[in-house]
Write a protein that binds this ligand. Structure first.
Ligand code: AMP
Ligand code: GLY
Length: 449
């Protein structure tokens, strides 16, 4: 099989910048194009001056793939995956890593995902579907009250991570469900609503690279979704991550593979939707040590990718290309033994109304240590060549080291060098691992406990 020299990555976030840097590190890869990309993907990092990294512009991915003659396409975000971009590129003859439109329904429809989990015996929260004929809105109040603890309310379709309400009372759950069903809150994505039992435990993100049949599981990561320290304030796309996450012990991982990975791979193939691409299970690790499925995502997590790239050894480009061909060798990737942490620097006003257009300073100073990478997300270059903010999550300061304590110190030292007006970040990333390892100061109780 010809080596992959030129790769197109579709997307513009931190996930795509982190993937680009990791794919560039593969010996055979000469050039990575990110489209649309951000200020970080506009030029190669100083460590790799002999490789090319650039942005591909705003054209449709197929047009860029044709123009550039790429050997592999990696599709980052869920939107184009659920819209069938992988099917389109594959039809046109491009080797493309990511799930088909049919397989992407695992993320695109929560009702499909829940039904699938029930059909295949995958442990997940008890649920009912409202609004697609399974139950009518008039039964809503009775359904909400049928859950002893107020249920979690979820819009069926994609809502950029905002379609979930973890209600504190039955009244709040009922109001959220009514609002979603009315179409006021999420339009069509809320026309069907899932009510589900609230799970108790500690969350983790477990990713697997899959070829339709085989898979390789990556070290578990933990995200910090709330905006403020101590898991307070509104949910965000993710304010920071670390990996490996000690809550996923080898025993929990073994059980996860047996109870979730094996049935999902077999079940998707049996239902005519073999899963190729990254399957990211958001799980709740219960006090009994079982990983119960909260959701499936059909892509790499953001900011999980930033830390996962540092916890893997092996040629990731070859692994993704062979998975896309349906010929993954699961031994091609191994845990590196390193620990990594990513601190997200978010714009003022995030998550509601992020400020844009502020000049960022200190980027060069922050990356003096080679163990630190500043991964770009919501950044653009202005006409004068300054890096300016352009979105909610602006940067992900990422460090890796042989210990989590060392990575933690390096990352926060680097954060202190970066500045832009209104910058917000959490001071307690990896605090929960710190509690169990005795490394860093703790903070209040974990949510859902
Ligand atoms: P999701 O978009 O499905 O990942 O949900 C967003 C967040 O809501 C998750 O990361 C959890 O923190 C929380 N959540 C979702 N479902 C449940 C559940 N059944 N029990 C407890 N928390 C949940
Ligand atoms: N960080 C969570 C996600 O990517 O969905």
């Amino acid at each position: 099989m010809a080596a992959v020299r030129k790769v197109l990555i579709v997307g513009s976030g931190g996930r795509e910048h982190a993937l680009a840097l990791r794919l560039l590190a593969s010996a055979a890869v000469e050039e990575v194009i990110v489209a649309p990309g951000n200020a970080g993907t506009a030029a190669p990092p100083p460590a790799l001056p002999y490789k090319r990294l650039r942005n591909g512009g705003q054209d449709a991915p197929l047009a860029i793939a044709k123009r550039e003659g790429v050997d592999l396409v990696v599709v980052g975000p869920e939107g184009p995956l659920c819209d069938g971009l992988v099917d389109e590129l594959t039809r046109e003859g491009f080797l493309t890593y990511g799930p088909s439109k049919l397989a992407a329904e695992l993320e695109g429809s929560k009702a499909f995902m829940k039904g699938f989990a029930v059909r295949h015996g995958i442990p997940t929260a008890r649920h009912v579907v409202v609004g697609d004929g399974a139950a009518t809105a008039s039964d809503l109040e009775a359904l909400v009250r049928s859950f002893e603890i107020p249920p979690v309310v979820k819009a069926d379709g994609l809502c950029a991570g905002k379609g979930v309400v973890v209600a504190e009372s039955h009244e709040e759950a009922l109001a959220a469900a009514r609002e979603m069903l009315s179409g006021q809150r999420f339009g069509d994505a809320g026309a069907t609503v899932v009510l589900e039992e609230r799970l108790v435990g500690e969350e983790a993100s477990i990713h697997a690279i899959c070829d339709g049949e085989r898979y390789v599981v990556l070290p578990a990561a933990q995200d910090h979704k709330r905006i403020f320290d101590g898991d307070r304030g509104p949910n965000t796309g993710g304010m920071g991550t670390y990996a490996p996450a000690p809550v996923v012990t080898p025993q929990v991982m073994e059980r996860f593979e047996r109870e979730v990975m094996v049935p999902v791979m077999r079940g998707m193939a049996a239902e005519g939707r073999p899963f190729r691409g990254t399957l990211f299970a958001g799980v709740m690790v219960t006090p009994e040590g079982q990983a119960k499925l909260i959701e499936f995502n059909v892509r790499f997590g953001d900011p999980e990718t930033q830390v996962l790239m540092a916890t893997l050894d092996g040629d990731l480009t070859e692994a993704l290309a062979s998975a896309a061909r349906g010929q993954l060798d699961p031994s091609a990737l191994r845990a590196s033994g390193h620990h990594a942490i990513c601190i997200v620097l978010a714009a003022g006003g995030y998550p509601d109304t992020p400020r844009k257009g502020d000049v960022i300073s200190g980027l060069a100073e922050a990356t003096l240590d080679p163990a630190v990478q500043v991964i770009h997300a919501g950044t653009v270059l202005d006409a004068a060549g300054n890096v300016v903010t352009s979105g909610g999550r602006v940067l992900g300061v990422t460090a890796s080291a042989p210990s989590l304590a060392k990575a933690h110190t390096l990352a926060y030292q680097a954060v202190a060098k970066v500045h832009f007006p209104g910058m917000q970040y959490r001071r307690d990333i990896a605090g929960r691992a710190g509690l169990s390892l005795g490394l860093v100061g703790g903070w209040g109780p974990a949510p859902n406990r």
